[in-house]
Design a protein around this ligand. Structure first.
Ligand code: IPD
Ligand code: CA
Ligand code: CA
Length: 304
């Protein structure tokens, strides 16, 4: 097929059937504005530090993924796994981030809180978000690094080593996926929206409340998704792939980076009350302004 040739605003293409002289011109409407606009982000020194640390830990996770059946796994609670891969990645991230920014504090899912001399800066890190996916060889897991200054997120990074998708954002500088600028989806009708959520599992979460929430939302939307990594669920909001996301019982390291990446992509992030801080409440709702408000309207009364 001859590549589409621009003709005025309309693209036309010549379709030919191999070996015959049948040709036809068909109008092709130009592709709508894609959320990944071609705007390159020049990485700041801070983002370079985070990217370098994430890529090194990512190589370690990929190696471990290949050996997953030999990985030492322990249980932190029912179906709450931790592996040597999580711990190894966290130590690598700690070494690299603290070497680059001595004095910053560090909160990691596996190693807990490590105070620094500089009380205003704290790394909030999940070395492997989506451990259950990882253990099942499901390539939907990520490294999540957030940097908080005096209680406010100023930078975030989410990296899926399985497909090399790197999401970054810095306060006031926008959000990017592999250096392409991100914008949340613009859908304003719930019945066109794909919504992601977290689901309780054995020994974790309120099954009745979750069922009530899912029933209320399922009936109004085009699709519900449970992908198994809170950090990537939020990254997919920023990339305009999901229109909305909600989950309860999360920890700061699950959401810290996602919060600034969604906000820098033009999205709204809050707790389920609509105006509370998810890092404090442990529950989160996000999407564009319209979808966020619609989800809060449905979820807030159910959680009372
Ligand atoms: C989990 C994932 C999962 C979410 C859980 C988290 P982990 O993180 O984000 O999607 O539903 O609540 O704990 O344990 O794999 O780091
Ligand atoms: Ca997590
Ligand atoms: Ca984790």
């Amino acid at each position: 097929m001859t590549p589409p040739q621009p003709q005025g605003t309309q693209f036309k293409a010549r379709l030919g059937v191999k070996g015959s002289n049948l040709t036809e011109t068909v109008p092709l409407t130009p592709a709508p504005e894609h959320p990944l606009q071609a705007e390159i982000m020049l990485h700041s020194a801070l983002i370079n530090v985070m990217v370098k640390a994430a890529r090194r830990a990512g190589r370690s996770l990929k190696r471990d993924l290949g050996e997953v059946e030999n990985l030492q796994v322990s249980l932190k609670g029912p179906a709450n796994f931790v592996t040597m891969a999580d711990k190894r990645a966290e130590e690598m991230l700690y070494d690299d981030l603290i070497k680059a920014r001595p004095g910053y504090g560090f909160i990691g899912e596996e190693g807990g809180t490590r105070e620094g001399a500089d009380k205003s800066h704290t790394w909030i890190v999940d070395p492997l978000d989506g451990t259950t996916n990882f253990l099942h060889g499901i390539p939907q897991f990520a490294i999540s690094i957030g940097l908080q200054r005096e209680g406010t997120m100023i930078a975030g990074l989410i990296f899926n080593p399985a497909n090399e998708e790197l999401y970054i954002a810095e306060r006031g500088k926008g959000a990017f996926l592999n250096d392409q600028r991100l914008r949340v989806a613009g859908r304003r009708k719930l019945d066109e929206c794909v919504i992601a959520c977290g689901l309780p599992h054995i020994g974790r979460g309120d099954l009745d409340l979750s069922r009530a929430e899912m029933t209320a939302i399922q009936a109004k939307v085009a699709g519900l998704r449970r992908f198994g990594s809170a950090a990537l669920d939020m990254a997919f909001i920023a990339a305009g792939r999901f229109d909305g996301y909600w989950e309860r019982n999360l920890k700061p390291w699950d959401m810290a980076a996602g919060q600034i990446i969604v906000r820098e992509a033009g999205g709204i992030v809050s707790g389920i009350a609509g105006d509370d801080d998810p890092l404090k409440t442990g529950n989160v709702v996000c999407g564009n302004e319209f979808v966020h408000a619609e989800l809060v309207k449905i979820l807030k009364p159910l959680g009372k």
